[in-house]
Design a protein around this ligand. Structure first.
Ligand code: NOJ
Length: 772
């Protein structure tokens, strides 16, 4: 029997120096210059607060949408009309969806020049994967497992957005999700809390840099706190019902890590958690975030989520909703108009303590001071900088780099890829191959339609081959431009014949199929996750005339493609790769970039397997006791395994793992895992070497595998390296059902390989010394 040793473990954890950048930041903030800066900001905040009326403090807690882009339900005319009036009175602390220097300047001028105290606005915007020049969607970027590239992508996004007047992004979304039906998986880092936490830090560092007052940096926002990725049946905005262990061990880690990395804001979520909507949830916002994690930035509600507590059946009217949200620690009201309408009366009636209002205003002002908005409210409003920055070459270079690193080679039989560069007849088929809008993906408010490089354009830059294009079928027959909702073509196959005749004469057929950019994202859940419309039929008909197919997938979520996996020789996961999409895909197909991406989410065989994830629990009946027996955890009509596992991704190189060794001599500090990785091929390439553990027997059952380390390794042809990964107690412990982090003695397995379907395996035993 193991023992649990909280006190010694807490001490041991304190003495471990974690190497993540966020911790450096925390350490940095304790040096003398930073301390002086912080003290001076705190003094300025207090001085300002002392001059503010209750209504002005509440004004800081009020955020209005701008006057055109809508990223949530449209407000009523009457409410919209009040915005300017409130702005002039100093009753608006922030605006979202106002963009471009000229327009930001207009609202900022009102706040600074026409209000009593001249407090500048903080301008928020969904810079989710870029501003005007787009990087791949976040799920795609996560497939790179390349933290430096991800940080750089966020850095250039911040630079472009900041040049357009924005100083706060509603990103990163750090919600873990295991359900590909949920449209917003495109916006996150996938299903794993360890990878998700690393990526959260990279994005926060990219957006915020080392100095928030640098005009090229913007404040980041960890969202949606909490549980939004676990909406039931993958239906957006749906109820969330998760157990304590999942909450602490899976959902919370990327959020907690974000606070350690110094993220300046949080956004709460639309869902309820254990019957209490997140917006009115004191446990989440006060007890965990502000008390336990000591977060000193501010929390913004999600769009209208304060008022939505009425529809949830939690608040009986807007006034009660405002009371609940303010008391629970929601500092800023996005588009519910409840704080500005109701909070002053609630304070006077003694239902909300004025101290809480002051605390919320303090948090918001603190971030505004840190951004340097009080030194120069127009520092993000330089029209020359805007012109020089938007779409500049350096930004295109960074998003191209990110795009090629995000591609995942799912299958490559008979080395069909890379393509030969000369004397080939290549048929390119699929409406998405010639699409310059869809690759921009969802969340692309400031990007103009038709600005992505299409696959066809990318391929045509290689002029040694003869390319013939046929669309085969339209993916959609129309778009509701307001909602950007598509009507999918499920009937028109009139162009199949032409595509077949083009395919018949080709040496290789490149089929670009999948989802349109607006088939994933917010409000875009799906119950079928195969190829939409007539694309599956098109694929099968083309296959009947030419089997040499390279299937290039465009999608914002894992798709279930069992037929393609069984029949199509080469499959490339190219997601929605952003502005440079076609260039990146062409470079990968022609071998000018050797693919190195690995899946951040499991791909199911069948939508019925969802939620599907690699780090599942064993159950009491995990294995088939004897052939044909029914009393074990399985489906009658489908295997339990994914089509492509988490962490999967091939390369044009061949990587071989060997000689796993575990050294537990310094177990009080760390366990050292070493192994050989060899590139047994003639091409240089990169591999994400992955390390998983299993805590075999624990007081709270642990998953069959948990990612606890990875390294992106570049190897020349024939080169071998010995890789070393250290496991500390941070990686070997877990949260108990009281939310305490514990490490238990006992047996652990270590697995190593190029995906969660690992290759090498060994064991070790840990006995923590109680006298430690
Ligand atoms: C609603 C979304 O849930 C959130 O992520 C986004 O930041 C806001 N709308 C603002 O657009």
């Amino acid at each position: 029997m193991k023992y649990i040793k909280h006190i010694a473990i807490v001490l041991a954890l304190i003495s471990f120096s974690s190497c993540n950048k966020g911790d450096d930041k925390l350490a940095m903030s304790s040096d003398s210059t930073d301390t002086t800066k912080n003290v001076s900001i705190e003094n300025k905040v207090e001085e300002l607060l002392s001059k503010m009326t209750l209504e002005e403090k509440i004004g800081q807690m009020n955020q209005y949408n701008g006057f055109w882009d809508l990223t949530g339900p449209a407000p009523s005319e009457g409410v919209a009309a009040k915005k300017y009036e409130h702005l002039r009175k100093g009753y608006v602390g922030s605006m979202l969806n106002v963009r471009g220097v000229e327009d930001v300047m207009k609202v900022q001028k009102i706040a600074v020049e026409e209000t009593r105290l001249g407090i500048p606005l903080i301008i928020g915007f969904d810079v989710i994967h870029g501003y005007e020049t787009l990087s791949p969607i976040p799920l795609a970027e996560s497939a790179s497992w390349d933290l430096k590239a991800i940080e750089r992508s966020a850095e250039v996004a911040a630079e472009e957005a900041a040049a357009a007047g924005i100083n706060w992004t509603f990103a990163p979304m750090v919600d873990i999700s295991r359900d590909a039906r949920w449209g917003r998986v495109m916006e996150g880092a996938g299903e794993d809390p360890f990878l998700g936490s690393k990526i959260a830090v990279a994005r926060i560092n990219g957006f915020q840099g080392d100095d928030l007052s640098d005009p090229k940096t913007i404040a980041a926002c960890a969202k949606h706190f909490a549980g939004y990725g676990f909406s039931e049946s993958g239906r957006d905005y749906n109820t969330v019902d998760v157990g304590t262990s999942t909450l602490y061990n899976t959902i919370f880690p990327p959020f907690e890590t974000s606070t350690k990395a110094g993220v300046r804001t949080f956004m709460n979520s639309f869902n309820e958690l254990n019957g209490v909507p997140a917006t009115g949830n004191k446990f989440l916002q006060r007890d965990i975030l502000k008390e336990k994690w000591k977060f000193d930035g501010f929390v913004v509600s999600d769009w209208g989520s304060i008022a939505e507590m009425i529809a949830h059946g939690h608040a009986k009217d807007g006034k009660q909703a405002a009371e609940m949200a303010a008391n629970a620690g929601s500092d800023m009201d996005m588009e519910s108009y409840m704080y500005v309408e109701e909070l002053a009366a609630l304070v006077k009636e003694g239902k909300v303590d004025e101290k809480l209002i002051t605390d919320a205003a303090r948090r918001i002002l603190r971030v505004k001071f840190e951004l340097g908005l009080f030194d120069d409210p127009y520092k993000y409003c330089d029209i020359d900088r805007e012109k020089a920055t938007l779409g500049k070459q350096e930004i295109h270079d960074a998003v191209l780099d990110m795009a090629q690193k995000s591609v995942v080679l799912l299958k490559n039989e008979n080395s069909l890829l890379p393509l030969k560069k000369e004397n080939q007849k290549i048929a390119v088929i699929g409406a998405l191959a010639n699409d310059k809008t869809s690759p921009l993906g969802s969340w692309r408010i400031a990007a103009k339609d038709e600005t992505a490089v299409s696959v066809l354009e990318g391929l045509k830059q290689y002029n040694g081959n003869q390319i013939t294009y046929a669309k085969g079928a339209d993916l959609s027959t129309g778009e509701n431009t307001f909602a950007r909702e598509l009507t999918i073509n499920t009937t028109d196959k009139s162009e199949f014949a032409k595509a077949k005749s083009v395919a018949k004469n080709a040496d290789v057929v490149i089929m670009v199929l999948g989802e349109h950019g607006f088939q994933s994202g917010e409000g875009r859940s799906r119950t079928e996750i195969g190829l939409p419309g007539v694309q599956q039929e098109l694929l099968e008909e083309i296959y009947a005339v030419n089997k040499n197919i390279v299937l290039v997938l465009n999608n914002g979520r894992p798709l279930a493609l069992p037929w393609a996996d069984e029949n199509i020789p080469a499959i490339v996961e190219a997601w929605h790769l952003g502005t440079q999409s076609g260039n990146a895909i062409a470079r990968v197909l022609y071998g000018d970039y050797n693919p190195s991406g690995k899946l951040p989410m499991s791909f199911p065989r069948n939508v019925g397997q969802l939620p599907l994830y690699y780090n599942y629990k064993s159950t009491g009946r995990p294995n088939e006791p004897s052939p044909g027996e029914v009393f074990w955890s399985h489906y009658m009509d489908e295997s339990n395994t994914p089509l492509y596992p988490f962490g999967h991704g091939l390369s044009y190189s061949k990587f071989v793992y060997s000689d796993l060794a575990i050294n537990a001599n310094d177990a009080d500090k760390y366990i050292t895992v070493t192994f050989n990785l060899k590139n047994e091929s003639k091409v240089k390439g990169k591999e994400v070497a992955q390390l998983y553990i299993q805590d075999l027997f624990a007081s709270i059952t642990r998953p069959v595998k948990e990612l606890k380390g990875f390294e992106l390794v570049e190897l020349e042809a024939g080169e071998q390296k010995r890789i070393e990964i250290k496991l500390t107690k941070d990686e070997l412990g877990f949260y108990d059902n009281q939310g305490e982090f514990i490490v238990e003695s006992g047996d652990f397995k270590v697995f190593v390989g190029g995906s969660s379907k690992t290759i090498l395996e060994d064991k070790f035993n840990l006995q923590w010394d109680i006298s430690q």
